[in-house]
Every structure is written in structure tokens, then in C-alpha cells.
Design a binder for this molecule. Structure first.
Ligand SMILES: C[S@@+](CC[C@H](N)C(=O)[O-])C[C@H]1O[C@@H](n2cnc3c(N)ncnc32)[C@H](O)[C@@H]1O
Length: 351
């Protein structure tokens, strides 16, 4: 079946109706209701049941509109011939018809292709955080942002309830994203399932990155029930809370009061609050407080997930007297490669 004719059009932000009127139909008349023609309608039509009954309409590509039986695809010819040889009561007729397929019928990409200017890359890929679809639109898409979001929303309901676009690069201390709600429900509070646990997050006030799930899982594989973990930049707790299922004790900290509030709630939500002690102070003070307390000797792992600056905090760890830490303590930190060498150099200078 051919999907549509002509190039793209439809600028502006109306939903519009996308139509196609040019199809050729093969009308198949059969006796009784059998399954033998089902396959000819293709998998896409399974369940739609629009052509059930004694007369079946087999939709052909419009290029077969003026063909005779001889001109039809081999598979169609073979099936028709076979059916007629089995039952002489079967007959068929090639008929032209007008078929209008509306918005509901078309797939997301097909609609976007029809609505956006020709040659524009279709922005159909998006990340999801709970019920939120998160786009990263390019400048060329901005004039069409509302219609793009509306189509994505319409075609991904009910899983997607809100469509947002990242307005700016992340450049604030709490690593939150500047998001513009383009379609749907305005709430940026959602629930995410990560490594089998549930997390409430508010994308307007806290950091969340679903793409780090695999990395978090890799990290968790290194923990045992004997470990004690310090998560210096814990956010709403994807590492701290997941680790709490495995390790003996977790000390989790974040400077962002909203993140800490969600960290508390998420600990309770996952029934792990008894294993986690939560702090809301600067990372340096947290490290200092941990390693100048009686807890220091028990800590086996430190996690520092603050890619832009985490290496600077290594300097704080380096200053902790050796007799205060366990000799096997492991430190995980994330960094952007572009800052890494410079930061290592800085950490060395502070020793
Ligand atoms: C990249 S996010 C990581 C959060 C969490 N580990 C995750 O994977 O979702 C970094 C976190 O560090 C927190 N943060 C930034 N500066 C901080 C500081 N000086 N002390 C403590 N936390 C800080 C931010 O609020 C943010 O939640």
C-alpha cells in the first residue's frame, strides 16, 4: 500500500488532516467466511477487522489502478488463482475507490514528515522520564515546536502525558534542566522505574538522567553486603537507594534541598529508609564530616557523580589522614573527558 502522494507541506501549527485518496482496490467476493484471504491484507490490518464479511477489499498500491489481473503482483495473482481453482464461487473485480485516511491512522513519523518542510530532519526521537517525553530540538525545528510536540503527544498517549524541550545547556549547580512544556499536562513531577526501584522526580527542580541506568547497574555490581557507601552527590538517590538494597549502610548527600527531599521520599517509597542517612550540605563539608567522624573506618566506597567538578573533590579526599580511612576504600567519580586532565592536575596541586 502506498502511503501518500507528493512532498511535504503544511507549515504552521494546526493539526490538519492528512488524506490520501488514490488507491486501487481489489474486491474479493467469496463464499462463507474463511481465513484464507487474511494474509493478503497484511499484518498491519490484523485486528482492524474492517474488511470482514463475504466481500473483502484488498487494498493495492495505486500503481495497480489500471492493471488487469496479469499486471498484479505475483503473490496476489497466485493467491487469487489458487482460491478460484479451489472454489469456483469465488470471484474478484478490480475497482477504484476513494479512501480517506485521517490523523488517527497515520504513524507519528508519517505525520511529522507530511507537516514539516521537505528535507528537514524529523525530530521523532525523544528520551522519556516517566510520563514525560524530553526533546532536544534543533534551531530549525523551533518554529514548529508546538506542532511537533502535539503529534508526539497524540501518538504516544497514554504513556506520554507531557512533552518538553530542553531550552538551554545544563549550567547551574544543581544540574537541573531548563525545560519548556510544549504539549500535554504541565506537571514535571513524574515516577521513574530504575533498576527495579521507583523514584519520584520533579524535573523542574532536580537532576535525573535515565541514560545512566546501565552505568549505575555496573557500579552496583561492585558492592557487597559488607560495604558502607558515601554518595557525595546523590541527587534523588538512584545510586544511593539502589545500593541500599545491597550494602550495610549508605550516607547520601546533596546540596539541592529539593533533591534531598525527593531522596528522603524515595527511600521511604522503596522501604529502604532505615539503611540510608541523608545529608544536605556542600560535598566538601560532607566528605570532611564523614572522614572526621567515627564512621570513617567503616566506609568502603565513595561515589562522586558530579562530572564537571567531581575531580576537584578528590583533593578533599586526598587530605584525609591515612589512619582515618580503610586501606581498601574505593572512590568512583564521573568526569567529562574534556575537564579530566585539567582537573587531575588541579587535584595534584592541592595536595
Ligand atoms: C550529576 S547530578 C548526579 C545526581 C545523582 N547521582 C544521579 O545519578 O542522578 C549531581 C548532583 O550533585 C549535586 N551537587 C552539585 N554541587 C554540589 C555540591 N557542591 N555539594 C553537594 N552536591 C552538589 C546536584 O544538586 C546534583 O543533584
Amino acid at each position: 500500500m502506498k502511503q501518500k502522494e507528493g512532498g511535504r507541506g503544511g507549515q504552521g501549527e494546526g493539526e490538519g488532516r492528512h488524506e490520501n485518496n488514490e488507491f486501487a482496490m481489489l474486491e474479493v467476493v467469496e463464499e462463507g467466511i474463511g481465513d484464507e484471504w487474511k494474509g493478503l491484507l497484511g499484518d498491519e490490518f490484523n485486528g482492524r477487522k474492517r474488511w470482514m464479511g463475504s466481500t473483502r477489499l484488498l487494498l493495492l498500491d495505486e500503481r495497480y489502478a489500471n492493471k488487469t489481473l496479469e499486471g498484479l503482483p505475483q503473490a496476489v495473482k497466485a493467491a487469487l488463482e489458487e482460491a478460484m481453482s479451489e472454489n469456483l464461487a469465488h470471484s474478484f473485480e478490480l475497482a477504484r475507490c476513494k479512501l480517506t485516511l485521517f490523523y488517527d491512522y497515520w504513524l507519528m513519523n508519517e505525520i511529522l514528515e507530511a507537516l514539516l518542510p521537505k528535507d528537514m530532519i524529523i525530530p521523532s526521537a525523544f528520551e522519556t522520564v516517566g510520563h514525560i517525553a524530553h526533546l532536544n530540538l534543533k534551531d530549525e525545528h523551533i518554529p514548529y515546536k508546538k506542532i511537533i510536540a502535539k503529534v508526539i503527544w497524540d501518538k504516544n498517549k497514554p504513556k506520554i502525558q507531557t512533552v518538553v524541550n530542553k531550552v538551554d545547556a545544563i549550567n547551574n549547580d544543581y544540574r537541573t534542566m531548563q525545560l519548556e512544556v510544549l504539549a500535554g499536562n504541565r506537571s514535571l513531577v513524574t515516577t521513574v522505574v530504575d533498576n527495579g526501584l521507583r523514584f519520584h522526580v520533579d524535573l523542574a527542580t532536580v537532576y535525573w538522567n535515565s541514560r545512566l541506568a546501565t552505568e549505575r547497574q555496573r557500579l552496583l555490581q561492585g558492592f557487597t553486603h559488607k560495604d558502607v557507601l558515601c554518595d557525595v552527590f546523590s541527587g534523588v538517590g538512584p545510586i544511593a537507594i539502589s545500593a541500599a538494597r545491597i550494602v550495610r549502610r549508605v550516607y547520601a548527600n546533596d546540596l539541592n534541598p529539593y533533591a534531598v527531599d525527593y531522596l528522603d521520599r524515595n527511600s521511604v517509597l522503596n522501604k529502604l529508609e532505615k539503611r540510608i542517612k541523608v545529608f544536605n550540605i556542600d560535598g566538601r563539608r560532607f566528605i570532611d564530616a564523614m572522614f572526621t567522624s567515627e564512621k570513617a573506618q567503616s566506609i568502603t566506597h565513595v561515589v562522586m557523580n558530579l562530572p564537571k567538578d567531581a575531580v576537584e573533590y578528590l583533593g578533599v579526599l586526598v587530605h584525609i589522614p591515612f589512619n582515618l580511612v580503610t586501606c581498601t576504600m574505593i572512590v568512583f567519580f564521573n568526569s567529562f573527558i574534556k575537564y579530566f586532565h585539567h582537573s587531575i592536575y588541579q587535584a595534584e596541586q592541592t595536595q
